[in-house]
Design a protein around this ligand. Structure first.
Ligand code: ZN
Length: 686
């Protein structure tokens, strides 16, 4: 099948009443359905499907009329969340909320159903259809009804074409890679965006799409559910799209242009929804085709939409009883068995969620059970936290000391069989009061592991290929990375609280391979230990270039530049400041970084701290610490976590091995005095 056609039907763009609170959002959302439908209908293959199928479904709808009612049809549903690690990576609660709202509205159980215009109250229909989260993937394995896919295609800000999104979900989702047949599941694709100005879209039932996933529903994440990134008014989008998915046109007919007088020439093929021009808002006195319109219908664009009619119910259930587009297979007992919605699903996997994995000493992390299905007992183990165990379904654990810790959860669905999930070294706790300024990092003798440095991938490393000075520098392996991917590297905490301004500089080197490369580097800062980040500087490609286009770039001494971040002021001057490099890959050479300086004095353009490196390693250590400095060390003093001095000694050497084997296990800070210069570092004895 030609991908071109996958997604070109029935787009909902939401336009709300001027009185509606989310008017600012709605102004950006208009519809493109009439444009794409026009395109689609130019294809003779689609056309032949469309005309035949619509004729057949409408005829059956009239014939069936009130038949086969009283049975609640259950449809397996899967939510595929395709994200690029931003807000669009919605959580399970938001998915459950969207599903509950959909089922509530399909069953005519909205609280505001009571407020429907008296004229239309007798027509309110309980569709007797419910969507149930699937518990088996296409290969029969157990899952929780959602899949996650990390993809740059999460955001589609161009024309309406969801094929890139579906292709990436098929290839990279975390549950089952391959087709999730559209005659077995309703596939819902939750995306960052689904086309310029579009909230959601889907297709009428049609054999044109075969049993592929492409007859699903695309939703922008903020139109999925009412919580999280969603909103109560936005949550109606899903209900509206399911109307289309079960063959309902808009009340004014099969276009995306409400409000046109010419809409009186077309109808929605439903006998009890009056012919109308359609409306974007709740104008109960609208001049329309006849005396009145069902402005509160789910297939309107008005913000007060809240009901389906009996006639729409017939049309929807006819679609569901038809083989067209594979709809009738969804509700069969054999498909309920295949997708696991026929019976309570077995307890099969333990998993958990944490609101963050990187934090500062003294902070609490929230842990929530994500096990499935239906666990009844929980046994948490939080290494290094208080409490360090819990039997609650969800709980907070407080981390007092810097370090790297394991978390494990053992759960059971029957108190007989237990499954354990351990996330080793998953929690990174940094010092709430970070290293004193001046901070200098030349990547000589550096411990590149958490909690010193945290990276989202393995593409950052310390290299001796080249350096601005010394023997080592930081390298980002950019060659071979997909364009559009982001590589991040986060610092530990630094104490900037002694002033209201700090200076931040570093050296970097980069070259394009050719003029089409558009790599760029963003530098972010956090004033709350990494809970939130704000951009401090973006070095775009033109500024990032330090040498001519070439392949396999390795900089010479003159091919380094200095970056100067001038915006570490005011709120950023806290005791737990952190910085982050975020490299956006655009096809160029590797990036090199060296000599990071953060100080209260302006060191721009100078190398004043370059020779002032003092290092303490390995860390953690159980026996010896190696301490080295740029000149003779005068004095070393060590304090425990309570601030008590546990060691002090005067020396007269540039390097020394300090025996710490008699120290108690735990966190220490070490103060090294070199002439007038005092450096405070930390280490863990283990
Ligand atoms: Zn629509």
């Amino acid at each position: 099948m030609n991908n071109y056609y996958i997604s070109f039907l029935f787009i909902l763009g939401l336009l709300f009443s001027p009185n509606n609170q989310i008017i600012s959002q709605s102004q950006n959302y208009s519809c493109g359905q009439h444009i794409v439908l026009k395109k689609l209908l130019k294809d003779s293959v689609f056309n032949s499907f469309y005309e035949k199928e619509q004729k057949s479904l409408v005829n059956k709808s009239q014939n069936l009329n009130l038949n086969n009612r009283g049975i609640v049809y259950k449809i397996p549903v899967v939510f595929h969340i395709i994200h690029n690690n931003g807000v669009e990576k919605i959580d399970r609660d938001q998915v459950i909320d969207a599903l509950q709202i959909l089922n509530r509205d399909l069953r005519a159980l909205r609280a505001d159903t009571a407020t429907v215009d008296t004229l239309f109250k007798p027509l309110i229909a309980d569709i007797e259809v419910e969507f149930v989260l699937a518990t088996k993937s296409p290969d029969g394995s157990c899952f929780n009804g959602t899949t996650m896919t990390e993809s740059v295609y999460s955001y589609n800000n161009g024309g309406i074409n969801g094929s890139d999104q579906v292709n990436d979900i098929m290839m990279y989702n975390n549950v089952y890679q391959g087709n999730w047949p559209g005659n077995q599941y309703l596939n819902v694709f939750v995306c960052g965006s689904v086309g310029t100005g579009i909230a959601g879209y889907t297709n009428y039932p049609s054999g044109f799409f075969g049993n592929t996933m492409n007859n699903g529903v695309w939703l922008r994440h903020d139109y999925c559910g009412s919580i999280g990134t969603g909103s109560p008014s936005g949550s109606k989008t899903f209900v509206h799209e399911i109307g289309h998915w079960l063959n309902l046109p808009h009340t004014w007919g099969s276009t995306n242009d409400p409000g046109l007088a010419t809409n009186c020439n077309s109808d929605d093929g439903v006998s009890d929804t009056p012919n109308t021009i359609g409306s974007n808002w709740c104008n109960y006195n609208e001049v329309t085709c006849g005396p009145v319109a069902n402005i509160e219908n789910h297939m309107e664009y008005s913000s007060c939409r809240k009901m389906f009619t009996q006639g729409q119910k017939s049309r929807m259930r006819t679609a569901l009883n038809s083989t067209t587009g594979g709809r009738s297979n969804l509700i069969t007992p054999s498909n309920h068995f295949a997708t696991g919605i026929d019976a309570p699903a077995p307890f099969c996997e333990v998993d958990f969620f944490a609101n963050r994995y990187v934090t500062c000493s003294g902070d609490s992390i929230y842990f929530e059970d994500y096990s499935f299905h239906n666990p009844i007992s929980w046994d948490w183990n939080f290494q290094g936290a208080s409490p360090n165990t819990s039997n609650l379904e969800s709980t907070y654990a407080k981390y007092q000391l810097p370090g790297v810790y394991d978390v494990s959860l053992t759960a059971s669905g029957d108190s007989i069989n237990f499954i354990t999930e351990t996330k080793n070294e998953s929690v990174v706790v940094m010092n709430y009061v970070g290293d004193q300024l001046p901070y200098y990092q030349g990547f000589e003798n550096v411990n590149f592991n958490a909690p010193e440095w945290i990276s989202n991938d393995l593409n950052w490393s310390i290299t001796d290929e080249v350096s601005y000075n010394g023997s080592y520098c930081l390298k980002l392996q950019n060659q071979g990375l997909a364009e559009g991917t982001k590589q991040t590297l986060e610092s530990k905490t630094l104490n900037l609280s002694d002033s209201s301004k700090a200076y931040f500089t570093f050296k970097y080197a980069y070259a394009r391979k050719n003029s089409s490369n558009n790599d760029f580097l963003r530098i972010l800062g956090s004033y709350d230990c990494g809970k939130t980040w704000a951009t401090r500087k973006i070095i775009y490609t033109n500024q990032l270039i330090t040498a001519a286009d070439q392949n396999n770039f390795i900089p010479t001494y003159s091919e380094w530049k200095e970056a100067n971040i001038v915006s570490l002021i005011g709120p950023f001057c806290v005791s737990n400041f952190r910085f982050k490099f975020e490299f956006n890959s655009g096809g160029g050479n590797n990036l090199y970084i060296d000599n990071i300086n953060i100080s209260y004095g302006n060191t721009t353009g100078t190398d004043s701290f370059i020779n002032q490196e003092i290092s303490v390693y390995p860390n953690p250590s159980s026996d010896f610490l190696k301490i080295s400095a740029f000149k003779n060390i005068d004095e070393i003093t060590i304090y425990d976590i309570m601030g008590k001095q546990v060691y002090s000694n005067k020396t007269n050497t540039k390097t020394l091995d300090l025996n710490i084997s008699n120290f108690k296990n735990g966190y220490y800070s070490i103060q090294i005095k070199v002439g007038e210069f005092i450096k405070v570092k930390s280490f863990i004895k283990n």
